[in-house]
Design a protein around this ligand. Structure first.
Ligand SMILES: [Zn+2]
Length: 120
C-alpha cells in the first residue's frame, strides 16, 4: 500500500496541450533502450504522451517530439503504427472509448391519429 498520489502532468508532444480529459497515448522508453506503446500507462520508465489523434501522432512523428522527449534516437515504425491504431480518426469525437449505438430510431414515433371534434 505505497501508492503515491503524485500525478505528472501529461503534455502532448505535438500540440503541447495538457487537457486531462483528452485521451493521451503513452510511449515509454524501455530499459533495453527500445520504445513501446504503453496502453495502460503503467510501464516503468520514461514516458512521453501524444494525443490519441492521427494529426498529433503524425505531427509528433514529423517533428520527432517523442524522440526528443524520451531522449532517444528514433522511434520504430511499429510504435507509430501501434499509436495510429489507437488514435481517434475523427477529431470531433471527444469520447473515443464509448461505442456509438444506433441512432436510427424511426419506429418510435406515435402515428398521428386525428381526433374527432378537434377544430382549428
Ligand atoms: Zn496533441
Amino acid at each position: 500500500m505505497s501508492r503515491t498520489r503524485h500525478q505528472p502532468i501529461r503534455t502532448c508532444v505535438a500540440c503541447r496541450q495538457t487537457d486531462e480529459k483528452r485521451d493521451l497515448l503513452r510511449v515509454v522508453r524501455l530499459a533495453s533502450g527500445g520504445v513501446a506503446y504503453d496502453p495502460r500507462g503503467k510501464m516503468s520508465g520514461r514516458g512521453a504522451y501524444v494525443c490519441a489523434r492521427v494529426s498529433c501522432i503524425a505531427l509528433a512523428r514529423r517533428r520527432k517530439g517523442l524522440e526528443r522527449s524520451l531522449k532517444i534516437g528514433e522511434i520504430p515504425e511499429a510504435v507509430f503504427e501501434e499509436l495510429l491504431r489507437h488514435a481517434t480518426p475523427e477529431p470531433g469525437q471527444s469520447r473515443p472509448g464509448s461505442a456509438i449505438s444506433g441512432t436510427g430510431s424511426e419506429g418510435t414515433s406515435v402515428p398521428h391519429v386525428p381526433s374527432e371534434g378537434e377544430e382549428a
